[in-house]
Design a protein around this ligand. Structure first.
Ligand code: NAD
Length: 321
């Protein structure tokens, strides 16, 4: 079995490789070649931790496995380590033998940023120039860095419930040589692309905050009860997702579907656009919305890519197992 420790991931994995892996597995999902297993997520009654598994099998890429991990809210304060902890396990689909164990913390941020980037590549207007960020935490910086590579953006605007966190975005924008401006939510009307990535349980972004032609990537809502955008905005938009079953149960669409504003059948897998089975954006005025819920196959895809890179560079640790 091969081990790729968390400390090696930063030097091995690139945004480009994460993008390619996620785009490919989204396409495989839409083609029926890859599927996710039901998600397990449990409050374990110890350290207030939420622990679970996200797994799946990609028949086309022959990637089988799971990501195990979750959220330990006391980690940072008590132990000086990050609260989100995860590990990816890959198995040989021919034999069932464990193939690799890979640190999953940085990979989670990279695969989540890759998902919104894939949506921007395939759904945003080609002439998109202003990108708006709702959220300024850990994931937001990864999201912005990856998104800035998808179009010729010349301005970043940002809003966050906690404005003292906005310099996180400003720093990423500065690194890319793009000016940053903090705005009120109404200022988001200037944006051609908006990414929301918060831990909100109430709608932040309303229909009146978004201009025609905008592409919105909703990335924060990954649990029942969470919410970032108003159901009315979803009803106005053409909705795409990584996986429809997750979108309507734990994703942003859960609220609009529950209120009867949109039907599950109107939600399209982004992979269908990648495969050419769906045309994607149909006009310059259409609002497109990607509900990125985060699927196990994304984790497996980036982990498999990192194992290949680690083997290539001779830094995968081999253990007899
Ligand atoms: P973080 O703690 O670093 O940042 C949280 C962000 O949410 C900050 O911008 C904060 O100001 C904002 N926020 C907190 N409470 C809020 C509230 N009540 N209303 C509005 N905004 C609020 O967290 P992070 O690591 O950046 O994660 C952000 C979100 O992304 C989390 O909800 C996480 O579960 C989700 N996430 C989704 C995926 C996916 O695949 N879709 C993957 C990883 C993380």
């Amino acid at each position: 079995m091969l081990i790729v420790p968390e400390r090696e991931i930063a030097d091995l994995m690139t945004r480009e490789a994460a993008f390619a892996a996620v785009e490919k597995v989204f396409a495989a999902m839409a083609a029926g070649d890859a599927y996710n297993f039901p998600v397990v997520r449990e409050a374990i009654g110890h350290e207030d931790a939420l622990y679970g598994f996200k797994g799946g099998f990609d028949r086309s890429g022959l990637t089988l496995g799971l990501k195990a991990g979750g959220y330990w809210p006391n980690n940072l304060e008590k132990r000086g380590i990050i609260n989100h902890q995860s590990t990816v396990f890959l198995f040989d689909p021919d034999t069932g033998k464990a193939r690799a164990m890979v640190g999953g913390n940085l990979l989670t941020a990279l695969r989540t940023a890759a998902a919104s980037s894939v949506s921007i590549r395939h759904l945003a207007r080609e002439d998109a120039r202003v990108i708006g960020m709702v959220g300024a935490g850990h994931q937001a910086t990864f999201q912005l860095r990856a998104a800035l590579e998808q179009r010729d953006f010349d301005k970043v605007i940002g809003w966050n419930l906690h404005p003292e966190m906005l310099p996180n975005l400003e720093k990423v924008a500065a690194e890319a040589g793009v000016p940053f401006e903090a705005v009120e939510l109404t200022g988001m009307r200037e944006a051609d692309v908006i990414i929301s990535i918060t831990s909100s349980f109430d709608a932040i972004l309303m229909a009146e905050h978004v201009s025609p032609g905008c592409h919105i990537a909703c990335m924060g809502t990954d649990t029942k009860g969470k919410q970032e955008v108003s159901p009315a905005l979803l009803a106005k938009a053409t909705v795409f997702t990584d996986e429809v079953a997750q979108s309507v149960s734990i994703g942003e669409a859960q609220h609009a579907v529950a209120q009867g504003l949109i039907d599950e059948s109107a939600i399209t897998q982004l992979g269908a656009v990648i495969n050419g089975a769906h045309p994607g954006r149909r006009s310059a005025e259409e609002i497109t919305l990607f509900d990125g819920t985060g699927v196990g196959l994304q984790d497996l895809a980036v982990a498999a890519a990192v194992v290949d890179l680690a083997v290539e560079k001779g830094i995968a640790i081999e253990v007899d197992f």
